[in-house]
Design a protein around this ligand. Structure first.
Ligand SMILES: Cc1cc2nc3c(=O)[nH]c(=O)nc-3n(C[C@H](O)[C@H](O)[C@H](O)COP(=O)(O)OP(=O)(O)OC[C@H]3O[C@@H](n4cnc5c(N)ncnc54)[C@H](O)[C@@H]3O)c2cc1C
Length: 415
Protein backbone atom coordinates (compact mmCIF):
# COMPACT_ATOMS: atom_id res chain seq x y z
CA UNK A 1 0.00 0.00 0.00
CA UNK A 2 1.22 3.50 -0.85
CA UNK A 3 2.07 5.62 2.22
CA UNK A 4 0.73 9.17 2.19
CA UNK A 5 1.93 12.10 4.27
CA UNK A 6 0.42 15.41 5.18
CA UNK A 7 2.88 18.25 4.97
CA UNK A 8 2.56 21.45 6.96
CA UNK A 9 4.93 24.42 7.20
CA UNK A 10 4.90 28.09 8.14
CA UNK A 11 5.92 29.83 4.93
CA UNK A 12 6.72 33.52 4.80
CA UNK A 13 5.49 35.82 2.06
CA UNK A 14 8.35 36.86 -0.17
CA UNK A 15 6.46 39.31 -2.44
CA UNK A 16 3.02 40.75 -3.02
CA UNK A 17 1.80 41.83 -6.44
CA UNK A 18 -1.41 42.75 -8.19
CA UNK A 19 -0.98 40.07 -10.83
CA UNK A 20 1.06 36.92 -10.19
CA UNK A 21 1.89 35.00 -13.36
CA UNK A 22 3.14 31.45 -13.09
CA UNK A 23 5.19 30.37 -16.13
CA UNK A 24 7.19 32.71 -18.36
CA UNK A 25 6.48 31.25 -21.81
CA UNK A 26 4.69 33.04 -24.67
CA UNK A 27 1.44 33.31 -22.68
CA UNK A 28 3.14 34.35 -19.42
CA UNK A 29 5.40 37.02 -20.89
CA UNK A 30 2.60 38.59 -22.94
CA UNK A 31 0.27 38.54 -19.91
CA UNK A 32 2.94 40.29 -17.86
CA UNK A 33 3.50 43.03 -20.42
CA UNK A 34 -0.18 43.76 -20.92
CA UNK A 35 -0.96 43.81 -17.18
CA UNK A 36 2.03 46.07 -16.51
CA UNK A 37 0.77 48.43 -19.23
CA UNK A 38 -2.54 48.55 -17.34
CA UNK A 39 -0.57 49.98 -14.42
CA UNK A 40 -0.45 46.80 -12.36
CA UNK A 41 2.42 45.47 -10.28
CA UNK A 42 3.32 42.17 -11.95
CA UNK A 43 5.57 39.25 -11.10
CA UNK A 44 6.45 36.23 -13.23
CA UNK A 45 7.49 33.01 -11.48
CA UNK A 46 9.48 30.80 -13.85
CA UNK A 47 10.92 27.42 -12.93
CA UNK A 48 13.83 27.50 -15.39
CA UNK A 49 16.50 30.12 -16.10
CA UNK A 50 14.78 31.41 -19.23
CA UNK A 51 11.74 33.26 -20.44
CA UNK A 52 10.13 32.14 -23.71
CA UNK A 53 8.81 28.71 -22.69
CA UNK A 54 9.05 26.01 -25.34
CA UNK A 55 10.14 28.78 -27.74
CA UNK A 56 13.51 28.99 -25.96
CA UNK A 57 13.84 26.10 -23.50
CA UNK A 58 12.79 23.52 -26.10
CA UNK A 59 14.59 25.42 -28.89
CA UNK A 60 11.44 25.65 -31.04
CA UNK A 61 12.86 28.61 -33.08
CA UNK A 62 9.99 29.00 -35.59
CA UNK A 63 6.86 31.12 -35.23
CA UNK A 64 4.18 29.13 -37.02
CA UNK A 65 1.81 31.24 -39.17
CA UNK A 66 -1.58 32.17 -37.71
CA UNK A 67 -2.75 34.81 -40.19
CA UNK A 68 -2.79 37.58 -37.60
CA UNK A 69 0.46 39.37 -36.71
CA UNK A 70 -0.91 41.67 -34.05
CA UNK A 71 -0.47 43.07 -30.55
CA UNK A 72 2.54 42.09 -28.45
CA UNK A 73 3.48 39.34 -30.91
CA UNK A 74 3.67 41.96 -33.68
CA UNK A 75 5.79 44.17 -31.41
CA UNK A 76 8.17 41.26 -30.78
CA UNK A 77 8.55 40.67 -34.53
CA UNK A 78 9.06 44.41 -35.15
CA UNK A 79 11.73 44.68 -32.46
CA UNK A 80 13.55 41.36 -32.90
CA UNK A 81 12.88 40.26 -36.48
CA UNK A 82 12.08 43.52 -38.30
CA UNK A 83 12.80 42.03 -41.73
CA UNK A 84 9.88 39.61 -41.24
CA UNK A 85 7.32 42.26 -40.23
CA UNK A 86 4.37 42.27 -42.65
CA UNK A 87 2.73 45.58 -43.61
CA UNK A 88 -0.74 44.48 -42.54
CA UNK A 89 -1.74 42.54 -39.44
CA UNK A 90 -3.86 39.94 -41.25
CA UNK A 91 -0.99 38.26 -43.02
CA UNK A 92 0.93 35.08 -42.37
CA UNK A 93 4.59 34.86 -41.54
CA UNK A 94 6.63 31.88 -40.35
CA UNK A 95 10.02 33.32 -39.42
CA UNK A 96 12.88 31.34 -37.96
CA UNK A 97 14.58 33.05 -35.02
CA UNK A 98 17.47 32.49 -32.65
CA UNK A 99 16.14 31.09 -29.34
CA UNK A 100 19.17 32.65 -27.63
CA UNK A 101 18.26 36.08 -28.99
CA UNK A 102 14.61 35.62 -27.92
CA UNK A 103 15.78 34.71 -24.42
CA UNK A 104 17.81 37.93 -24.19
CA UNK A 105 15.10 40.02 -25.86
CA UNK A 106 12.49 38.90 -23.32
CA UNK A 107 14.81 39.58 -20.36
CA UNK A 108 15.36 43.16 -21.55
CA UNK A 109 11.69 43.62 -22.45
CA UNK A 110 10.62 42.69 -18.92
CA UNK A 111 13.03 45.25 -17.46
CA UNK A 112 11.61 47.96 -19.73
CA UNK A 113 8.05 47.02 -18.79
CA UNK A 114 8.96 46.95 -15.05
CA UNK A 115 7.88 43.33 -14.63
CA UNK A 116 9.67 41.47 -11.82
CA UNK A 117 10.88 38.08 -13.04
CA UNK A 118 11.83 35.37 -10.56
CA UNK A 119 13.84 32.55 -12.16
CA UNK A 120 14.35 29.12 -10.62
CA UNK A 121 11.00 29.52 -8.90
CA UNK A 122 8.83 26.46 -9.30
CA UNK A 123 5.18 26.66 -8.33
CA UNK A 124 4.21 23.86 -5.96
CA UNK A 125 0.86 24.78 -4.42
CA UNK A 126 -2.01 27.20 -3.98
CA UNK A 127 -3.41 28.86 -0.87
CA UNK A 128 -7.15 29.26 -1.35
CA UNK A 129 -9.62 31.36 0.63
CA UNK A 130 -13.17 30.53 -0.40
CA UNK A 131 -13.50 31.06 -4.12
CA UNK A 132 -10.27 33.07 -4.35
CA UNK A 133 -6.60 32.27 -4.47
CA UNK A 134 -4.66 34.19 -1.85
CA UNK A 135 -1.11 33.05 -2.62
CA UNK A 136 1.00 30.51 -4.43
CA UNK A 137 3.78 28.54 -2.77
CA UNK A 138 6.99 28.41 -4.72
CA UNK A 139 10.20 26.42 -4.37
CA UNK A 140 13.04 28.94 -4.62
CA UNK A 141 16.79 28.87 -4.20
CA UNK A 142 16.07 29.94 -0.59
CA UNK A 143 13.47 27.26 0.10
CA UNK A 144 9.69 27.60 0.06
CA UNK A 145 8.21 31.11 -0.22
CA UNK A 146 4.72 32.52 -0.71
CA UNK A 147 3.83 35.05 -3.42
CA UNK A 148 0.55 36.85 -2.73
CA UNK A 149 -1.59 38.39 -5.43
CA UNK A 150 -4.93 39.96 -6.24
CA UNK A 151 -5.13 37.88 -9.41
CA UNK A 152 -3.23 34.85 -10.72
CA UNK A 153 -2.64 33.71 -14.27
CA UNK A 154 -1.62 30.10 -14.82
CA UNK A 155 0.71 30.06 -17.84
CA UNK A 156 2.52 26.83 -16.95
CA UNK A 157 1.30 25.10 -20.12
CA UNK A 158 0.29 22.18 -17.91
CA UNK A 159 -2.50 23.96 -15.98
CA UNK A 160 -0.43 23.15 -12.89
CA UNK A 161 -1.89 25.96 -10.76
CA UNK A 162 -5.46 25.39 -11.87
CA UNK A 163 -5.27 21.66 -11.15
CA UNK A 164 -3.84 22.29 -7.70
CA UNK A 165 -6.67 24.74 -7.03
CA UNK A 166 -9.25 22.10 -7.94
CA UNK A 167 -10.18 23.22 -11.46
CA UNK A 168 -11.41 20.23 -13.50
CA UNK A 169 -9.20 19.23 -16.42
CA UNK A 170 -8.71 16.74 -19.22
CA UNK A 171 -5.58 15.16 -20.67
CA UNK A 172 -4.93 14.20 -24.28
CA UNK A 173 -7.18 12.42 -26.75
CA UNK A 174 -10.75 11.94 -25.61
CA UNK A 175 -10.61 8.25 -26.66
CA UNK A 176 -7.55 7.15 -24.67
CA UNK A 177 -5.92 10.16 -22.98
CA UNK A 178 -2.80 9.99 -25.13
CA UNK A 179 -1.13 13.35 -25.85
CA UNK A 180 0.94 14.47 -28.81
CA UNK A 181 4.49 13.10 -28.57
CA UNK A 182 7.52 14.98 -27.25
CA UNK A 183 10.44 16.18 -29.39
CA UNK A 184 14.00 17.18 -28.49
CA UNK A 185 15.02 19.93 -30.90
CA UNK A 186 18.66 20.43 -31.89
CA UNK A 187 20.92 22.45 -34.14
CA UNK A 188 23.79 21.62 -36.46
CA UNK A 189 26.30 23.98 -38.01
CA UNK A 190 28.08 23.95 -41.35
CA UNK A 191 31.81 23.79 -40.53
CA UNK A 192 32.91 24.19 -44.16
CA UNK A 193 34.66 20.82 -44.19
CA UNK A 194 33.62 17.18 -43.71
CA UNK A 195 33.04 16.12 -40.11
CA UNK A 196 33.51 12.62 -38.72
CA UNK A 197 30.04 11.21 -38.00
CA UNK A 198 29.79 9.72 -34.51
CA UNK A 199 27.14 7.26 -33.42
CA UNK A 200 27.42 6.87 -29.62
CA UNK A 201 26.75 3.53 -27.96
CA UNK A 202 23.08 2.60 -27.64
CA UNK A 203 21.93 4.82 -30.51
CA UNK A 204 20.08 3.79 -33.66
CA UNK A 205 21.49 3.46 -37.15
CA UNK A 206 18.75 4.81 -39.43
CA UNK A 207 19.27 3.62 -43.02
CA UNK A 208 16.28 5.17 -44.71
CA UNK A 209 13.80 8.05 -44.26
CA UNK A 210 11.17 5.50 -43.29
CA UNK A 211 13.35 4.42 -40.32
CA UNK A 212 13.34 7.96 -38.85
CA UNK A 213 11.11 8.57 -35.78
CA UNK A 214 8.73 10.83 -37.73
CA UNK A 215 9.27 9.03 -41.07
CA UNK A 216 10.34 12.37 -42.55
CA UNK A 217 13.16 14.88 -42.73
CA UNK A 218 12.04 18.08 -40.99
CA UNK A 219 14.48 20.96 -40.66
CA UNK A 220 14.96 24.66 -41.39
CA UNK A 221 17.87 26.68 -42.79
CA UNK A 222 16.14 30.08 -43.05
CA UNK A 223 18.73 31.95 -40.98
CA UNK A 224 21.26 31.63 -43.82
CA UNK A 225 24.15 31.45 -41.38
CA UNK A 226 25.03 27.79 -41.92
CA UNK A 227 22.84 26.66 -39.03
CA UNK A 228 20.36 23.83 -39.38
CA UNK A 229 17.37 23.59 -37.02
CA UNK A 230 16.16 20.02 -36.68
CA UNK A 231 12.74 18.81 -35.49
CA UNK A 232 12.91 15.08 -36.19
CA UNK A 233 12.82 13.15 -32.92
CA UNK A 234 9.54 11.79 -31.58
CA UNK A 235 8.84 10.08 -28.26
CA UNK A 236 5.50 8.76 -27.09
CA UNK A 237 5.17 10.56 -23.75
CA UNK A 238 3.04 12.95 -21.76
CA UNK A 239 5.25 15.85 -20.62
CA UNK A 240 3.30 16.18 -17.37
CA UNK A 241 3.90 12.61 -16.17
CA UNK A 242 6.90 11.57 -14.07
CA UNK A 243 7.70 8.22 -15.72
CA UNK A 244 6.97 9.49 -19.24
CA UNK A 245 9.34 12.43 -18.85
CA UNK A 246 12.06 10.21 -17.41
CA UNK A 247 11.78 7.96 -20.45
CA UNK A 248 11.53 10.85 -22.92
CA UNK A 249 14.63 12.71 -21.72
CA UNK A 250 16.91 9.72 -22.41
CA UNK A 251 15.12 8.25 -25.43
CA UNK A 252 14.92 11.63 -27.21
CA UNK A 253 18.65 12.25 -26.68
CA UNK A 254 19.46 8.87 -28.22
CA UNK A 255 17.30 9.82 -31.20
CA UNK A 256 19.07 13.19 -31.54
CA UNK A 257 22.51 11.57 -31.86
CA UNK A 258 21.07 8.99 -34.25
CA UNK A 259 19.39 11.61 -36.45
CA UNK A 260 22.50 13.82 -36.52
CA UNK A 261 24.55 10.78 -37.62
CA UNK A 262 21.95 10.00 -40.31
CA UNK A 263 22.00 13.60 -41.60
CA UNK A 264 25.81 13.66 -41.66
CA UNK A 265 25.64 10.62 -43.94
CA UNK A 266 22.84 11.93 -46.17
CA UNK A 267 23.52 15.48 -47.36
CA UNK A 268 24.92 17.28 -44.31
CA UNK A 269 28.45 15.88 -44.41
CA UNK A 270 29.94 19.21 -43.24
CA UNK A 271 27.55 19.75 -40.34
CA UNK A 272 28.51 19.30 -36.69
CA UNK A 273 26.00 18.80 -33.89
CA UNK A 274 26.34 22.08 -31.99
CA UNK A 275 23.31 22.58 -29.74
CA UNK A 276 20.73 20.33 -28.10
CA UNK A 277 17.76 21.98 -26.35
CA UNK A 278 18.05 21.94 -22.54
CA UNK A 279 14.85 19.92 -22.30
CA UNK A 280 12.64 17.76 -24.49
CA UNK A 281 9.76 19.83 -25.83
CA UNK A 282 6.19 19.24 -24.71
CA UNK A 283 3.38 19.82 -27.18
CA UNK A 284 0.38 18.79 -25.11
CA UNK A 285 -0.43 17.86 -21.51
CA UNK A 286 -3.50 19.12 -19.63
CA UNK A 287 -6.46 21.29 -20.64
CA UNK A 288 -8.67 22.98 -18.05
CA UNK A 289 -12.41 22.67 -18.31
CA UNK A 290 -13.44 26.30 -18.58
CA UNK A 291 -16.64 28.20 -19.27
CA UNK A 292 -16.33 27.27 -22.96
CA UNK A 293 -14.40 24.41 -24.57
CA UNK A 294 -12.98 25.12 -28.02
CA UNK A 295 -13.67 22.17 -30.31
CA UNK A 296 -12.99 20.78 -33.77
CA UNK A 297 -16.31 22.09 -35.13
CA UNK A 298 -15.30 25.65 -34.11
CA UNK A 299 -12.11 25.28 -36.14
CA UNK A 300 -13.63 23.73 -39.24
CA UNK A 301 -16.70 25.99 -39.32
CA UNK A 302 -14.71 29.19 -38.70
CA UNK A 303 -16.53 30.03 -35.46
CA UNK A 304 -16.82 33.70 -34.42
CA UNK A 305 -17.44 34.75 -30.81
CA UNK A 306 -18.52 38.06 -29.24
CA UNK A 307 -15.85 37.60 -26.56
CA UNK A 308 -13.04 36.90 -29.07
CA UNK A 309 -9.52 37.33 -27.64
CA UNK A 310 -7.40 35.64 -30.32
CA UNK A 311 -7.75 34.70 -33.97
CA UNK A 312 -5.82 32.06 -35.87
CA UNK A 313 -5.92 30.08 -39.07
CA UNK A 314 -3.11 27.72 -38.09
CA UNK A 315 -3.92 24.21 -39.26
CA UNK A 316 -4.99 21.20 -37.25
CA UNK A 317 -1.55 19.70 -36.60
CA UNK A 318 -1.48 16.46 -34.62
CA UNK A 319 1.80 14.56 -34.37
CA UNK A 320 0.72 10.97 -33.81
CA UNK A 321 0.03 10.41 -30.07
CA UNK A 322 0.88 6.73 -30.64
CA UNK A 323 4.29 7.87 -31.93
CA UNK A 324 3.45 6.37 -35.31
CA UNK A 325 5.28 8.04 -38.21
CA UNK A 326 2.24 10.11 -39.19
CA UNK A 327 1.10 13.70 -38.63
CA UNK A 328 -2.55 14.69 -39.10
CA UNK A 329 -2.38 18.08 -40.87
CA UNK A 330 -5.60 19.74 -42.03
CA UNK A 331 -5.87 23.30 -43.36
CA UNK A 332 -8.55 25.57 -41.93
CA UNK A 333 -9.75 29.08 -42.85
CA UNK A 334 -9.57 30.71 -39.42
CA UNK A 335 -11.59 30.99 -36.21
CA UNK A 336 -11.94 32.99 -32.99
CA UNK A 337 -10.91 31.86 -29.51
CA UNK A 338 -13.32 33.20 -26.87
CA UNK A 339 -12.27 34.69 -23.53
CA UNK A 340 -14.34 32.01 -21.74
CA UNK A 341 -11.79 29.31 -22.69
CA UNK A 342 -9.41 30.89 -20.16
CA UNK A 343 -11.92 31.16 -17.30
CA UNK A 344 -12.54 28.39 -14.75
CA UNK A 345 -15.99 28.30 -13.23
CA UNK A 346 -15.06 27.81 -9.61
CA UNK A 347 -12.46 30.52 -8.92
CA UNK A 348 -12.93 34.28 -8.93
CA UNK A 349 -9.35 35.42 -9.48
CA UNK A 350 -7.62 32.83 -11.68
CA UNK A 351 -7.19 32.71 -15.45
CA UNK A 352 -5.42 30.07 -17.51
CA UNK A 353 -3.64 31.30 -20.65
CA UNK A 354 -1.61 29.53 -23.34
CA UNK A 355 -1.76 25.96 -24.55
CA UNK A 356 -3.68 24.57 -21.54
CA UNK A 357 -6.88 26.58 -22.09
CA UNK A 358 -10.21 24.79 -22.32
CA UNK A 359 -9.96 22.98 -25.68
CA UNK A 360 -10.36 19.49 -27.06
CA UNK A 361 -7.36 17.47 -28.23
CA UNK A 362 -7.98 18.42 -31.89
CA UNK A 363 -8.66 22.10 -31.14
CA UNK A 364 -5.53 22.47 -29.00
CA UNK A 365 -3.41 21.08 -31.84
CA UNK A 366 -4.14 24.28 -33.76
CA UNK A 367 -4.26 26.91 -30.99
CA UNK A 368 -1.06 25.70 -29.26
CA UNK A 369 1.44 27.59 -31.43
CA UNK A 370 3.38 30.51 -30.01
CA UNK A 371 1.74 33.51 -31.71
CA UNK A 372 -1.68 32.39 -30.44
CA UNK A 373 -0.32 31.88 -26.93
CA UNK A 374 1.12 35.43 -26.97
CA UNK A 375 -2.33 36.69 -28.01
CA UNK A 376 -4.12 34.76 -25.27
CA UNK A 377 -1.60 35.95 -22.68
CA UNK A 378 -2.04 39.57 -23.71
CA UNK A 379 -5.81 39.31 -23.27
CA UNK A 380 -5.45 37.50 -19.94
CA UNK A 381 -3.18 40.23 -18.52
CA UNK A 382 -5.72 42.91 -19.40
CA UNK A 383 -8.64 40.86 -18.09
CA UNK A 384 -6.86 40.31 -14.78
CA UNK A 385 -6.20 44.04 -14.49
CA UNK A 386 -9.83 44.87 -15.24
CA UNK A 387 -11.02 42.43 -12.64
CA UNK A 388 -8.85 44.07 -9.97
CA UNK A 389 -9.92 47.58 -11.02
CA UNK A 390 -13.62 46.82 -10.97
CA UNK A 391 -13.56 44.26 -8.14
CA UNK A 392 -15.47 41.70 -10.19
CA UNK A 393 -14.89 38.01 -10.73
CA UNK A 394 -12.87 37.06 -13.81
CA UNK A 395 -15.97 35.70 -15.44
CA UNK A 396 -17.83 38.99 -15.06
CA UNK A 397 -15.36 41.47 -16.51
CA UNK A 398 -16.61 43.81 -19.23
CA UNK A 399 -15.80 42.34 -22.65
CA UNK A 400 -16.28 45.79 -24.21
CA UNK A 401 -13.60 47.23 -21.91
CA UNK A 402 -11.34 44.25 -22.62
CA UNK A 403 -11.72 44.88 -26.35
CA UNK A 404 -11.11 48.63 -25.92
CA UNK A 405 -7.84 48.04 -24.05
CA UNK A 406 -6.74 45.34 -26.49
CA UNK A 407 -7.25 47.90 -29.25
CA UNK A 408 -5.33 50.56 -27.27
CA UNK A 409 -2.51 48.00 -26.96
CA UNK A 410 -2.39 47.52 -30.73
CA UNK A 411 -4.46 44.36 -31.16
CA UNK A 412 -6.47 44.13 -34.36
CA UNK A 413 -9.09 41.52 -35.19
CA UNK A 414 -10.56 40.57 -38.56
CA UNK A 415 -14.21 41.61 -38.64
C1 LIG B 1 8.94 20.22 -30.29
C2 LIG B 1 7.98 21.35 -30.43
C3 LIG B 1 7.92 22.03 -31.64
C4 LIG B 1 7.07 23.11 -31.77
N1 LIG B 1 7.09 23.82 -32.94
C5 LIG B 1 6.46 25.00 -33.00
C6 LIG B 1 6.70 25.89 -34.09
O1 LIG B 1 7.42 25.56 -35.03
N2 LIG B 1 6.13 27.12 -34.07
C7 LIG B 1 5.30 27.51 -33.04
O2 LIG B 1 4.84 28.65 -33.05
N3 LIG B 1 5.04 26.68 -31.99
C8 LIG B 1 5.61 25.46 -31.95
N4 LIG B 1 5.42 24.63 -30.87
C9 LIG B 1 4.40 24.97 -29.86
C10 LIG B 1 4.76 26.09 -28.91
O3 LIG B 1 6.14 26.20 -28.71
C11 LIG B 1 4.07 25.93 -27.54
O4 LIG B 1 2.79 25.38 -27.66
C12 LIG B 1 4.00 27.27 -26.84
O5 LIG B 1 5.31 27.65 -26.47
C13 LIG B 1 3.09 27.23 -25.62
O6 LIG B 1 3.20 28.45 -24.91
P1 LIG B 1 2.74 28.53 -23.39
O7 LIG B 1 3.11 29.88 -22.90
O8 LIG B 1 1.33 28.11 -23.29
O9 LIG B 1 3.55 27.39 -22.63
P2 LIG B 1 5.10 27.00 -22.61
O10 LIG B 1 5.81 27.49 -23.81
O11 LIG B 1 5.14 25.55 -22.34
O12 LIG B 1 5.65 27.79 -21.36
C14 LIG B 1 5.31 27.41 -20.04
C15 LIG B 1 6.31 28.01 -19.08
O13 LIG B 1 5.90 27.73 -17.75
C16 LIG B 1 7.01 27.26 -17.00
N5 LIG B 1 6.50 26.39 -15.94
C17 LIG B 1 5.92 25.18 -16.08
N6 LIG B 1 5.60 24.68 -14.87
C18 LIG B 1 5.98 25.59 -13.97
C19 LIG B 1 5.94 25.64 -12.54
N7 LIG B 1 5.44 24.63 -11.81
N8 LIG B 1 6.43 26.74 -11.92
C20 LIG B 1 6.97 27.77 -12.63
N9 LIG B 1 7.06 27.76 -13.99
C21 LIG B 1 6.56 26.69 -14.64
C22 LIG B 1 7.86 26.53 -18.04
O14 LIG B 1 9.20 26.39 -17.61
C23 LIG B 1 7.71 27.43 -19.25
O15 LIG B 1 8.64 28.48 -19.27
C24 LIG B 1 6.23 23.51 -30.69
C25 LIG B 1 6.29 22.82 -29.49
C26 LIG B 1 7.16 21.76 -29.36
C27 LIG B 1 7.23 21.06 -28.04
Amino acid sequence: MMTTYSFSREIETYKQADVVIIGGGPAGTAAAISAARCGKKVVILEKTAQLGGMGTIANVSIFMPIGNVTGIYRELIAEMLAESLPAGHDESIAPQYSPFMLRHYLNEKMKKEKVDVYFHCEFIGTIREGSKLKAVIVSTREGLKAFEGECFIDCTGDARVAIDAGVPYTTGRESDGLTQPMTLMFMMQDTGKPVTPILPEGCYEYKDVSDLPQGRRLYWEQNNDGSLLVNMSRVKANGAKIEDVNYAETEALKQVYSIAYYLQKTGFENYALTHIAPQTGTRETNQIVGLYTLNEQDLTSGARFADVVAQTNYEIDIHSPDAQKTTDERKIDGYDIPYRCMVPESLDNLLIAGRSISATHVAMSSMRVQATCYALGQAAGIAASLSIGSAVRMQNISIDKLHDILEDQGVKFKK
